[in-house]
Design a protein around this ligand. Structure first.
Ligand code: CUA
Length: 157
């Protein structure tokens, strides 16, 4: 009888350990102060992009006095809208998604650099102080037209 009790105890203990290990692997960053990139990224099914309120019509939208949201689609082998135009002195949050394959959304000369994964929305906020013109490039290999996949970002005076 006593042995059975101990056996049960050990069984329970080993189950707790196993569940604990799985939890550690799955939620390894919880409690360590590390934010997993992508944790709060929203999703959008590639087939729904055309009907989406935002991505159905890729654009820059003013959402506050100096705040803008840019809805960008990266697809083989273009960026939409092109050019992306925002005013200087504004804070712009980019939302970028792809209907086909993995692309990049990078603007050399700024810290804009995101991987664009089909089904997910990459989000990044940037403040533009000075007017300027930038090139947008795709830095993830995406097929035959990869090296020609580029757009333009214009920060208006
Ligand atoms: Cu798109 Cu490389």
């Amino acid at each position: 009888m006593r042995i059975h009790t101990y056996e049960k105890l050990w069984l329970v203990a080993s189950m707790v350990l196993i569940v604990g290990f799985i939890a550690t692997v799955t939620y390894g960053s919880v409690g360590l102060g590390i934010t997993m990139i992508g944790d709060d990224e929203s999703t959008i099914a590639p087939d729904d992009i055309g009907d989406d309120d935002q991505f159905g019509e890729p654009r820059v939208e003013q959402v506050g006095e100096d705040e803008y949201e840019a809805y960008v689609i990266a697809q083989t082998w273009t960026f939409q809208p092109d050019p992306i135009e925002v005013p200087a002195g504004s804070k712009v949050t980019f939302y970028v998604t792809s209907p086909d394959v993995v692309h990049g959304f990078a603007v050399p000369g700024t810290n804009i650099n995101a991987m664009v994964i089909p089904g997910e929305t990459a989000q990044l906020s940037v403040e533009f102080d000075e007017p300027g013109e930038y090139g947008i490039i795709c830095n993830e290999y995406c097929g035959a037209g990869h090296h020609d996949m580029e757009g333009e970002l214009i920060v208006q005076p």
